[in-house]
Design a binder for this molecule. Structure first.
Ligand code: FMN
Length: 313
């Protein structure tokens, strides 16, 4: 079985994944949040930290690229290969956000299958690297999926990561498991399942229904409960002490990296949006954390939560 950390813009950056790797069951791969490929691309300071071997020691990191232009994809992939030693890159065909899809990128690219096919023809012929793809199953209709499968089966993908929602779903509704089943029956490339694995029970139920699945990617469920994969793989939940140490590592690293209390608090509050509901009686603590304006205030709000409440996971 293989476990992957999902790319999540603003969340699963190199600070988060390094802390995760130190405290929890290691992931087989960590996907970076998407890097936008542009003509004459140079990586920004932030992007360099995401992909550099120095800031990701001991971690298998796969950079993800967002674009609908084959030349830009290949140029960025070559920089990642030649300057940072990456052998694999991942193509984002899943991002549902309006600003991305309006430009025909991310999940928006799925609405232009002819163009997508030309794009894939070019990058698979032109790049001497492993290419994996992370996809939704369509834009507006689930009926798009068989057509997309027909395209995907043509290429020697390293793997295909499927989040079986359509773009229009955003994160609503349930993953459309029949689409994942169709892919499993039809495709020969290795598949990875991604979507709504929030608890060990979700994992068990999914694997009972899809016993052939060997690779899993975790997003929001892992951010809410960083011990999720540890619990799945070892049978025991790491608990509050480990979560506290993990939190403190991220918090300390953000203080070193970012200038200004506001920026640090912004990042930490984003994490608490996911993590707070895993504590008993969390509402009033979550509100307090959200309202804090200064680090000292934030620390005392977090101390109260850890001291006064218990983890439910
Ligand atoms: C805040 C946020 C940021 C995300 N950023 C990315 C991204 O940069 N690239 C990507 O492929 N998916 C991104 N995703 C989608 C996740 O990788 C994942 O596919 C999705 O959350 C479904 O998995 P889950 O149900 O385990 O959360 C993002 C999701 C969220 C909620």
């Amino acid at each position: 079985m293989k476990d992957y950390m999902a790319p999540m813009e603003g969340i699963t950056n190199y600070i988060y994944r390094n802390a995760y790797h130190q405290f929890y069951h290691p992931m087989d791969k960590y996907f970076t949040p998407f890097i936008s490929a542009k003509p004459n691309k140079r990586l920004s300071f932030k992007e360099i930290n995401e992909v550099s071997p120095e800031t990701n020691q001991g971690l298998r990191v796969v950079p993800q690229i967002l674009t609908n232009c084959a030349e830009d994809f290949m140029q960025t992939a070559r920089i990642l290969n030649e300057e940072y030693g990456h052998r694999e890159v991942n193509l984002n065909l899943g991002c549902p956000s309006g600003t991305v899809t309006a430009k025909g990128k991310g999940a928006g690219f799925l609405g232009e299958p002819e163009k997508l096919e030309v794009f894939l023809d070019k990058i698979f012929a032109g790049l001497d690297m492993e290419i994996s793809v992370k996809t939704r199953i369509g834009t507006d209709y689930e009926d798009d999926w068989p057509r997309l499968l027909k395209i995907y089966e043509k290429y020697p993908m390293k793997e295909l990561i499927i989040h079986p929602r359509i773009q229009k779903d955003y994160y609503k509704n349930k993953p459309r498991l029949s689409a994942f089943r169709e892919a499993q029956e039809r495709l020969k490339v290795p598949l990875c399942y991604n979507g709504d694995l929030f608890t060990p029970r979700d994992y068990e139920e999914f694997t009972a229904e899809f016993p052939r699945t060997e690779t899993f990617m975790y997003g929001r469920g892992l951010i809410a409960d960083p011990g999720l994969v540890t619990a799945i793989r070892t049978g025991s939940a790491p608990g509050k002490k480990v979560l506290r140490a993990f939190h403190d590592k991220i918090y300390g690293d953000y203080q070193e990296l970012l200038s200004g209390e506001r920026n640090v608090l912004f990042r930490m509050k984003e994490l608490w949006n996911y993590m707070a509901p895993t504590f008993t009686h969390y509402e009033k603590y979550a509100k307090k954390i959200k309202k804090t304006q200064h680090l000292r205030e934030y620390e005392s709000a977090v101390d109260c939560l850890f001291q006064e409440q218990e983890l439910m996971v």
